[in-house]
Ligand binder design. Sequence first.
Ligand SMILES: [Zn+2]
Length: 313
Amino acid sequence: MNRRQFIKVLGMGAMSLELGAIGFSSVKRSTEIAITIDDFNWNKSLRLIPEERNRAILQALRSHGDLKAAIFVACKNLDSDRGKEMLREWDRAGHLIANHSFSHKYLNSNKVTAEAFTADIARCDEIIRSYPRFQKLFRFPYLKEGDTAAKRDAVRAFLEKHGYRNGHVTIDASDWAIEDRLSSRLTKDPAADVKPYRDFYLAHMWERAQYYDDLARKVLGRSVKHTILMHYNLLNALFLGDLLDLFKSKGWKLIDAQEAFKDPMFQAAPKIVPAGESIIWALAKETGKFNKLLRYPGEDSEYEKAKMDKMGL
Ligand SMILES: [Zn+2]
């Protein structure tokens, strides 16, 4: 049996195998995924009060192998003892705590200067650095990294100077758009059935995960240690556990965020303008070879609107 036949027998396809690494000990490696949660905008009480939401999200992670996520905090949400205490629960549970700027500015607006944006990063750093699990990872709000090369490079230089790394997303998604629909429905009808939102959410996240993983394999020739974007919201308080079960049922391996960020791919700094989106999207864009597979922005509520309307969400 030659190597090609051997691969076929194993049913792997040539896709995910590194040349030279093939032997009888070869087993297909699971696709790996870590959970990263943005914003920490905890001050909402629809269906669950803030402490219940916090507990629900933490419990979903704990009950899935004590999975450690990363939480990217917009520090304006730490303006009270209540918010600070809830973040301490994340700290005590061993999750990675990181910077998402103070006021969550849209860097690609021509009204936001690199100076104002970097001052906003520094302002969050001052507040969040005292948490023991804090690490110098920065996630750009809206995944927007600059509408000009000058701005992009100025912010990157600031991050480097201050020892920060980019806390990239590999799998971008629009959980926030589904959350908007869910919130509106529950505001009008507190007893509404939430299952259709759950089902749409799970299908959406799985679909986007497959898209970005496929794109990674095309652009890099391999899968990566994924970091999926989700938000601190009711949707995840209710259904994060189901989402984690879904990935496991598809054969994906849940890994700690700390582990995911070790993938060398996260060091990349694609020179595209406008800069940002998922790091996989940006790397694909930079090659100029995958434009048929790329839309801009990578994710948006617009793309989900018709589907959600049709389902009556
Ligand atoms: Zn955000």
